[in-house]
Write a protein that binds this ligand. Structure first.
Ligand SMILES: Cc1cc2nc3c(=O)[nH]c(=O)nc-3n(C[C@H](O)[C@H](O)[C@H](O)COP(=O)(O)OP(=O)(O)OC[C@H]3O[C@@H](n4cnc5c(N)ncnc54)[C@H](O)[C@@H]3O)c2cc1C
Length: 399
């Protein structure tokens, strides 16, 4: 088995690294993570980075040229995503889902008008998206959505509530799951997917602060919101199946978790080499060495697992249980890493972003808090293990 990249792919990786260092000019000591990029104090930088990456046509570089892509292979696109995640670049998903699942699903199911309207501004780093699936009574059991859309003439009238909507406060557009047929014989048969302009009258977005204090997600309320029928994705009442396609794209984000974890282990190893206790580097302590070595192995496994997914994509396969595998593995590895990080750093590891005494600019404490949400978003670890058990191991359905 040959894991090497081609010389052209290696040259591209160098080009991305060079661009990040020379052109993006992130503040010194910058450390972004998935949940800080939409905080009011960070969003200007997030927009600037996305715009510059859009100008390079890297954000959606695997899309067709007519929609702002470069039609490159999934491997080259993965190299960009790996470098972006390793360097913790903000804005690379254009909100939550814009690049990773809204665009790819529109490419498969969108009308020519929908593709022309939405794909070029996404690829150019200009329009921001949020995804509105979850509701107070519909999380893991997503088919339970109650947010109602009633067709009147050539408009849907929407009433209901969404919750945990990441990036809704900065989004121009929303990817919305609604109930269109409450009388359908099976609950997942009466659901549809709509594109919603977030400035439409009747939409109220209320902030929810996460436990690290970041404004990442929101509640969204719909009160007689009028959405043109032309904004329906695919077929009415087939939204469940369309969403399953979008979720298959969503779970390929494990590539980025794996690259983010690689950066974190490198930072921890550097810390263990440079920090001395009683004149000895921390990394001489057997228990610390063992923990870091174990994590390094897991980071390497996550990297290889993520390459497998991209390799499947190059063959036109949809990674059914493999994408959940990497998402569970990489998000849990990331959490273990922040756990080990806080142990190694002792009380200093609890100091927050911005404290001058905080090791690694406080990123370990911040990532420690944010890592909990990563085990829940895009399917909880339990739900994903169920998918792996069923589709990967052929075990019977749990319920
Ligand atoms: C950081 C973050 C960002 C998010 N962003 C968005 C977003 O942008 N848009 C959006 O729509 N949603 C978003 N969500 C919501 C997320 O999709 C849901 O939280 C998730 O699907 C779980 O749903 P729930 O919170 O209702 O928990 P529940 O579904 O009520 O689950 C509660 C617990 O029960 C377990 N459980 C449930 N069913 C089963 C089962 N069948 N077998 C075994 N265990 C089970 C779960 O694993 C979990 O531990 C986000 C969540 C987080 C944490």
């Amino acid at each position: 088995m040959d894991f090497r990249f081609t010389p052209e792919e290696e040259a591209f990786r160098q080009e991305v690294q060079h661009f990040i260092k020379q052109e993006l000019q992130l503040p010194s000591g910058y450390w972004g993570d998935l949940e800080t990029e939409f905080d009011p104090q960070n969003f200007e930088l997030t927009k600037q980075v996305a715009k510059k990456l859009g100008e390079k046509q890297w954000l959606a570089m695997n899309w067709p040229k007519e929609y702002g892509g470069l039609e490159v292979s999934p491997i080259k696109h993965m190299i960009f995503k790996e470098e972006a995640a390793y360097h913790q670049l903000p804005g690379i998903d254009m909100g939550v889902g814009g690049i990773t699942w809204v665009g790819p699903t529109l490419l498969l199911l969108g009308t020519p008008e929908q593709k022309n309207e939405h794909l070029p501004p996404l690829a150019a780093g200009e329009k921001w998206w949020c995804t509105m699936y979850s509701e107070p009574g519909a999380g893991s059991d997503m088919a339970n959505v109650m947010c109602r859309a009633v067709l009147q003439g050539d408009e849907y009238i929407i009433n209901g509530q969404k919750v945990w909507t990441s990036a809704a406060h900065i989004a121009d557009w929303g990817w919305l799951l609604v109930k269109t047929d409450p009388d359908a014989s099976k609950k997942h048969h009466g659901i549809s997917l709509l594109l919603v302009d977030m400035k439409t009258p009747g939409i109220t977005v209320r902030p929810l602060l996460n436990m690290a204090g970041h404004h990442f997600f929101n509640e969204v309320f719909f009160d007689d919101v009028h959405v043109p029928k032309r904004n329906l994705i695919g077929e009415e009442n087939r939204g469940w199946y369309h969403t399953m396609i979008a979720m298959a794209f969503e779970r390929t984000m494990g590539v980025m978790f794996a690259a983010g974890a690689r950066r974190l282990i490198e930072e921890l190893v550097k810390f263990a080499k440079e920090t001395k206790v009683n004149g000895q580097p921390l990394g001489k302590d057997p228990s610390i060495r063992q923990k870091l070595a174990e994590l390094a192995i897991e980071v390497e496994i996550a990297r290889v697992m993520s390459y497998r997914i991209v390799w499947q994509q190059t063959k036109g396969e949809i990674p059914g249980y493999e994408a959940p595998m990497i998402k569970v593995f990489a998000s849990e590895t990331l959490q273990q890493m922040t756990d080990v990080g806080t142990q190694i750093m002792g009380l200093y590891g609890q100091l927050w972003l911005g404290s001058k005494w905080a090791p690694l600019q406080g990123t370990i404490a911040d990532t420690y808090m944010n890592s909990v949400g990563m085990l829940i978003a895009a399917g909880t670890s339990e739900i994903l293990r169920n998918i792996i058990a069923e589709r990967g191991l052929g075990l019977p359905r749990s319920i």
